[in-house]
Design a binder for this molecule. Structure first.
Ligand code: KIV
Ligand code: ZN
Length: 524
């Protein structure tokens, strides 16, 4: 493992982008991802030129460990980071997972707010400080790039923050991250905190100051930008603002705010912004968290001008109503890329252009067979259709314990809808049927009648992938069972089939029992 940090020699006009979609993003209930999905997202982040990718929390579970290791093995141009509580066993595990990395970082943290130290840790502040220093020293034995976070810094006492940060920098921390863990801060106050820390801590010039803001009051991006204006040179953020509770600061908003307002910011990122929309779609497709249409930068309406006055203005001069160009963040016109007569090579090369890699010939064959089925039902196949189709194929190949073989629904005015289906369970076909309030309800009941998962349905949503009545419906189903929450997805031109597949996909994830520990509810 190299001790050289990719980011260490960057000048202060470089704003470091630290993406935590794979770690904090995955802490959103239902957003868990498989190892292969994480690798796909990590590759997309690398292509976008993200500086640091927080790939996970290796001690959390064997699955998390393997995912961080897999990301560390394939990523060459971004630093790969692993999270560790300020505990020897966590740091050891993170160090082990990061061994294959070309450039690695260990991110260790301990809470510093009075409420967290007293109620959660039950530790005296002096002991918290000593544990932080010991952890940073231990992490330095694995890599020269060590980040320390005083958790809940946004509600910590400034004097104590100054004391602990000075001590961990002396112990070898190269990045100091200031988290607003509960999203409590207000921009001018948070900016002032960063300025105060930079001014008061005698060795603050020996580390890069970073921020990590949560969005509980909708201020994660505002707080992060205020911190940047006051000297922070790393922002921790996630694609689509995914993350614990209301989420983290959204990467696309941070990057485009700084880039669009270069008259205000004295730094910029190295990001290739044209990768933003593809990355957003990839993350949304994999996690099943749809992007709201009016979401800045990546929402479907972010560049749509409905009003006649706006459209007229745009036609005369784009700048009248547009401060950014849609193509600069990766929006392209929906292109009819493939159709019924497209061959395997055309299919393969379009996937390549979309940066979608299928690792085996078997995966390619499966995906191509599904493409042909889809092309029979739908004349025009768009990029979005291909992305959904491949996400579906990858999942099925990796983890299919349950598989929907066939489904028949009867729905008629004045009659109770009924579904009969054949489900494959561990290789054996079983028949099931049930009635319900509607065809989707009947299908879910039929599946449950043979699976008996007892899971609670927390969310059911349908979105059209492209426009038109022959569009595929993309269904997300969120299930809860025994405290675990998973999301399943399915896409099909028939939304009842898409729904049944989404339900089966969620059941497969539930049966895949990689129990994970939550970093912030642990035993530090
Ligand atoms: O929100 C938070 O405080 C975190 C830390 C682990 C940095 O995610
Ligand atoms: Zn966080």
């Amino acid at each position: 493992m190299s001790n050289e940090s990719i980011v260490s020699d960057r000048s202060s006009d470089h704003l470091i982008i630290f993406d935590t979609t794979l770690r904090d993003g995955e802490q959103s209930p239902g957003a868990s991802m498989t190892k292969d999905e994480k690798v796909r997202i990590a590759k997309a982040l690398e292509k976008m030129r993200v500086d640091v990718i927080e790939a996970g929390f290796p001690i959390a579970s064997p699955g998390d460990f393997e995912s961080v290791k897999a990301v560390a093995s394939v990523i060459k141009n971004s630093t790969v980071c692993g999270l560790a509580r300020a505990l020897e066993k966590d740091i050891q595990r993170a160090g082990d997972a990061l061994k294959p990395a070309a450039s690695s970082r260990i991110h260790t943290f301990i809470a510093t707010s009075p409420i967290h130290m007293k109620m959660k840790l039950r530790m005296h502040p002096d002991d918290v400080l000593a544990q932080a220093v010991a952890s940073v020293k231990m992490a330095r034995q694995f890599t020269g790039d060590v980040e320390f976070s005083p958790e809940d810094a946004g509600r910590s006492e400034t004097d104590f923050l100054c004391r602990i940060i000075e001590a961990v920098i002396d112990a070898g921390a190269t990045t100091i991250n200031i988290p607003d863990t509960v999203g409590y801060n207000i921009p001018h106050q948070f900016g002032h905190l960063i300025q105060t820390l930079l001014e008061r801590i005698p060795n603050s010039d020996k580390a890069i100051f970073s921020v990590h803001c949560h969005n509980d009051l909708g201020l994660a991006v505002g707080n992060s930008l205020s911190a940047v204006l006051n000297g922070a040179r790393q922002v921790e953020c996630t694609i689509n603002g995914l993350g614990e509770r209301a989420g983290n600061a959204s990467l696309e908003e941070i990057v485009m705010a700084v880039r669009t307002r270069q008259d205000v910011f004295s730094c910029d990122t190295l990001l290739d912004a044209t990768q933003i929309v593809p990355c957003s779609k990839l993350v949304s497709g994999i996690t099943g968290f749809p992007v709201q249409p009016n979401k800045a930068i990546v929402g479907a309406n972010a560049f749509a001008h409905e009003s006649g006055i706006h459209q007229d203005g745009i036609l005369k001069s784009r700048e009248t109503y547009e401060i950014m160009r849609a193509q600069d963040v990766g929006w392209s016109d929906n292109r009819m890329v493939l159709g019924k007569h497209s061959g395997r090579n055309a299919f393969k090369s379009r996937l390549k252009e979309l940066n979608i890699e299928l690792s085996t010939e078997h995966e390619l064959n499966e995906a191509f067979a599904r493409f042909k089925e889809l092309a029979d039902k739908k004349h025009e196949i768009f990029d979005e259709d291909l992305t959904a189709l491949v996400a579906d194929t990858n999942w099925s190949i990796e983890n299919e314990h349950y598989k929907l073989v066939s489904l028949r629904v009867c729905s008629e005015t004045g009659e109770i809808p009924n579904a009969s289906l054949v489900l494959e369970i561990g290789g054996n076909e079983v028949n099931a049927s049930a009635s319900g309030g509607g065809p989707v309800d009947a299908s879910f009941r039929a599946i449950e009648s043979v699976v008996n998962s007892g899971a609670q349905l927390q969310l059911y949503s349908v979105n059209n992938i492209t426009s038109g009545t022959d569009a595929q419906g993309e269904v997300t189903v969120r299930l809860e069972s025994g405290g675990r929450i998973v999301s399943g997805q399915g896409a099909d031109t028939d939304i009842v089939i898409a729904s049944a597949n989404a339900y089966v996909n969620a059941l497969n994830k539930l049966s895949n029992s990689d129990q994970r520990e939550h970093p912030q509810l642990g035993d530090v």
